[in-house]
Design a protein around this ligand. Structure first.
Ligand code: SF4
Ligand code: SF4
Length: 473
């Protein structure tokens, strides 16, 4: 029986409810009256239920689809303005005992080079990331209690936060590791992690069990209930994601929104972020063998509908996507992107870099962080390395409250300018710096009705030029 408040995976992600919602969406995809009603509800910017959102996703009336895209753009503008937060993944170890058939790190893959970084190698990787300008990373490992036990993750986090190269620092380390116990989540919380990210991969239990034939990850319930354990362990920022292509996109879309509804119903706070990866080519993996792959247009529609359904949730797009697709989805709802990413263990430090085929997936957007920064500014965005909320204790429910009241804008915007200024001073190429300085001038104009605030901000910018760092609102 479907029950968003249940703590049992099969009740809050109920297969019957998902299939009935798919049918409801299909039956109503031409129902103009209902679609208009849902759009009116969506315009209140309080989100939509999974059923309502599914109708918008299924809608194939061209004129209404344009309205959906327009609304997604407006909601994105209202909540996030023109800011885009930057991050990079950091792969610590690709040892893994699971058998996920879509990932080259699966235990049966005997020819991929296996690597686990030592603490010294991690220092070199983090130094390389800091020298690019990154302040926020997402650490990734395979699941392997012998090679990658929780103690290894905790020690690595300590190392990551301890590296301070020149003016660099990693100010927020998000963690993407396998589902674990409440005890271990408590330890991660104490280690000062930002968001705990765990991709569901697929919400379809039957497909899930088929695609995860061996290893602890085979247990659908344990995996799906992980976010509840993380929250019980005190982690209040959690990040969801499915791997589009593993099951039908409509099933995943509805399942994911039901998961968000469950977190809200039980813990009073929905997901902090939703990532939208699509299956990509990798060593041992041919995406054409997955019959549920989605095209770019469908992908964009999914992003727009998630944006409308959960306006307060950050949305992440990685370098799996091309520059062109990233430009499209930035416009429709994505608020965070990775830049200059390497998806192999030891990929950032030139001395450690060995074989490209140890990547978890092929990167489509191969540009450097500096190129991505310049590009973002040239197409109208304000790149941000802000990590202020987490460091000011604005997380979980407190974060969502400020976010829902739109107060957050008064922090995000000036913090974006401050962190951009740091980037321009420390890491940017001459061309990027020129574009960035012009952008900062323009952005300062938006504070013209608040001269006191502008004065404080300008004082901070001056101090950054003089060598001081880490100002924040
Ligand atoms: S997806 Fe994660 S758990 Fe599965 S094989 Fe890859 S690294 Fe291991
Ligand atoms: S102020 Fe908070 S919500 Fe805004 S960009 Fe910074 S960390 Fe994110």
């Amino acid at each position: 029986m479907y029950n968003p408040k249940s703590m049992r995976a099969e009740e809050f992600i109920d297969d019957i409810e998902i299939n009935e919602s798919i049918k409801y969406a299909q039956d109503n995809k031409h129902n103009l009256e209902l679609i208009d009603k849902i759009l009116a509800k969506a315009k209140l910017r309080k989100g939509l239920s999974h059923r309502d959102a599914a109708v918008l996703l299924a809608c194939d009336i061209e004129e209404k689809n344009q309205e959906i895209y327009e609304l997604a753009k407006q909601i994105k503008q209202d909540f996030y303005g023109n800011r885009i937060v930057l991050f990079a993944p950091l792969y610590l170890s690709n040892y893994c005992i699971n058998g996920c058939v879509y990932c080259p790190y699966h235990a049966q893959n005997k020819h991929i080079p296996r690597k686990k970084m030592t603490q010294d190698e991690i220092i070199r990787e983090v130094t390389a990331l800091q020298d690019m300008g990154h302040k926020r990373i997402a650490i990734e490992t395979g699941e392997d209690p012998v090679n990658n036990p929780i103690e290894y993750i905790l020690e690595s986090l300590k190392t990551i936060y301890s590296v301070k190269h020149k003016n660099g620092a990693i100010r927020r380390a998000n963690v993407n590791i396998a589902a674990t116990t409440v005890e271990n989540y408590k330890k991660l919380k104490e280690a000062g992690i930002g968001t705990y990210i765990l991709f569901q991969e697929t919400y379809n239990k039957e497909r899930y069990e088929m695609l995860h034939p061996t290893g602890p990850k085979h247990n659908y319930a344990y995996h799906t209930e992980a976010m509840d354990r993380a929250m019980e362990g005190g982690i209040d920022d959690v990040g969801l994601g499915v791997l589009f292509g593993l099951s039908t996109y409509m099933y995943e879309f509805i399942g994911q929104l039901m998961h968000a509804e469950h977190l809200e119903a039980v813990h009073g706070v929905g997901p902090h972020t939703i990532s939208v990866p699509r299956i990509r080519k990798a060593d041992d993996i041919d995406p054409s063998t997955f019959e549920n792959g989605i095209d770019d247009d469908t992908f964009c529609k999914i992003v727009a509908c998630i944006r409308i359904a959960v306006p307060y949730t950050g949305m992440i797009c990685s370098t799996r996507e091309s520059k062109e697709v990233r430009a499209r989805v930035l416009n429709l709802g994505i608020s965070q992107i990775s830049g200059g990413s390497k998806t192999s263990v030891g990929g950032y430090d030139e001395n450690d870099y060995t074989e490209e085929d140890s990547s978890q997936f092929d990167v489509t957007d191969n540009r450097s962080l500096d190129e991505v920064m310049k590009w973002l500014m040239e197409i109208g965005y304000l790149p941000s390395f802000c990590t202020a909320c987490y460091r000011e204790g604005r997380t979980g429910e407190r974060f969502m409250e400020i976010c829902k009241s739109k107060q957050i804008q008064f922090c995000c915007h000036p913090n974006a300018i401050i962190t951009l200024k740091e980037y321009l001073e420390d890491y940017a190429s001459f061309e990027t710096k020129t574009v960035g300085e012009k952008l900062i001038e323009k952005e300062l104009e938006t504070f013209k009705n608040n001269p006191k605030f502008r004065e404080t901000l300008e004082k901070y910018l001056k101090k950054i030029e003089q060598g001081e760092r880490d100002f924040r609102f």
